[in-house]
Design a protein around this ligand. Structure first.
Ligand SMILES: [Zn+2]
Length: 391
């Protein structure tokens, strides 16, 4: 077996036990083979490779499962510092509030670019080893014009899916009105060239509905796509704002009114669920069944951040979604692949179909169901990105 594929030529993955494609046309195929060429999927067929175009090399999958690389559409990886003590205190009974973000802001402002990049790079590598081949990375721990700008510049070294989250929390020493003016003015101007998305933490203790609408509208005006943190700690206006403004995704969605659920279903805004946050704050999980039964598109993501969800593991989130949120294994894996891609408005990742990027995971298990059936077990055996083996 090759450690990485040479440039050019076709690679045949043969004897796949169960191929999960996330393509609604044929979502799973028992006994499959797949050919990768020039970094994309070139052919999918029976495990014998019968009828396949000629391949230059073969990778024997030996009856194991293959699925698309995970798409983690919500992560906060540009930060410094540690909040172990806060986590431990919370597990002893202290409540979570949005204010803990300020601890990380202070450490991040102190840190050199190289330290921030090294930390983010280590987390991206950790994610890749667990099967995540596409990750979104937010700013939001700088909260000054220059610290947000450099956070996004660093994020852009690791992903094209960079999100301007200057509106994470109002930093100390600034009034909320002054800060919203900065976020929609000079900070946006400095950050927009480095960002694809704009995001706001719409929550009590962070930004209210009017502020959130103003911040997202300004970002949209600067050419960014919108996404929002909504309904993490309580019901609020965030989901409605996301639907009004045509955001790609409303994230958290733990506390929703019936009107919120209906608006998500009607608008096509993806509900991105982040069960690592509920796990790490010992809070009730979002009601995924209510969303799925209403026809809402659901994504799963890690929310990887040092305060409220310090996991980088999509397999862990899949297991939580199945056990704690009543998603079926297939629904959870779909949400962690195609769902995440939809939340980033990407059609080239999170799916294995001809023409899609050859980002795929080989499990040391016969089926993707094992991701939930065997929680906490390192089942990701190989990871291929753009047709090259990277793990
Ligand atoms: Zn978040």
């Amino acid at each position: 077996m090759t450690s990485d594929a040479p440039a050019g030529g076709a690679t045949l993955f043969e004897d796949i036990g169960l191929l999960y494609t996330a393509d609604p046309e044929r979502e799973e195929i028992a006994g499959a083979a797949l050919i990768v060429e020039d970094g994309v999927v070139a052919w999918i067929g029976p495990s014998s490779g019968q009828g396949a175009p000629a391949a230059d090399r073969r990778v024997g999958v030996a009856g194991r499962a293959v699925l698309p690389g995970f798409v983690d559409s919500h992560a906060h990886l540009v930060f410094a510092g540690d909040r172990t003590a806060e986590f431990a205190a919370r597990m002893e009974g202290l409540p979570y509030s949005a204010g803990g973000i300020r601890t990380t802001v202070a450490a991040t402002r102190e840190a050199a670019d190289a330290a921030l990049a090294a930390n983010a790079g280590a987390l991206v590598a950790e994610m890749l080893a667990q099967g995540t081949t596409t990750v979104e990375i937010k700013s939001g721990y700088g909260l000054t014009v220059e610290d947000e700008r450099r956070s996004l510049e660093i994020a852009g070294r690791f992903t094209a899916e960079t999100t301007y989250l200057g509106a994470h929390v109002v930093p100390p020493g600034v009034s909320a009105d002054e800060y919203v003016s900065m976020v929609t003015g000079p900070m946006l101007e400095a950050c927009a060239p480095y960002a694809r998305w704009v995001d706001v933490f719409c929550e009590r203790g962070a930004f209210d509905g009017d502020q959130s609408r103003e911040i997202l509208a300004a970002g949209i005006g600067a050419g960014l796509g919108a996404r929002i943190h909504a309904g993490q700690l309580g019901e609020g206006p965030g989901v409605r704002i996301a639907c009004e403004l045509g955001a790609a995704s409303a994230d958290h969605c733990t506390h929703l009114t019936d009107a919120d659920v209906a608006a998500l279903a009607d608008s096509g805004v993806v509900a991105t669920l982040l069960p690592g946050a509920e796990f790490s704050t010992r809070s009730p999980y979002p009601d995924a069944r209510r969303l799925l039964d209403a026809g809402v598109s659901v994504a799963l993501a890690t929310d990887c951040n040092p305060g409220s969800s310090f996991t980088s593991s999509m397999p862990f989130c899949v297991a939580l979604a199945v056990r704690e949120m009543r998603m079926s294994p297939k629904e959870a894996v779909r949400a962690a692949t195609a769902g995440g891609a939809l939340a980033l408005r990407r059609t080239d990742v999170g799916v294995l179909r001809v023409g899609a990027r050859a980002d795929l995971v080989i499990l040391s298990a016969p089926s993707y169901v094992h991701l939930a059936y065997r929680p906490g077990v390192p089942l990701v055996d190989q990871v291929w990105k753009d047709g090259v083996r990277v793990v």
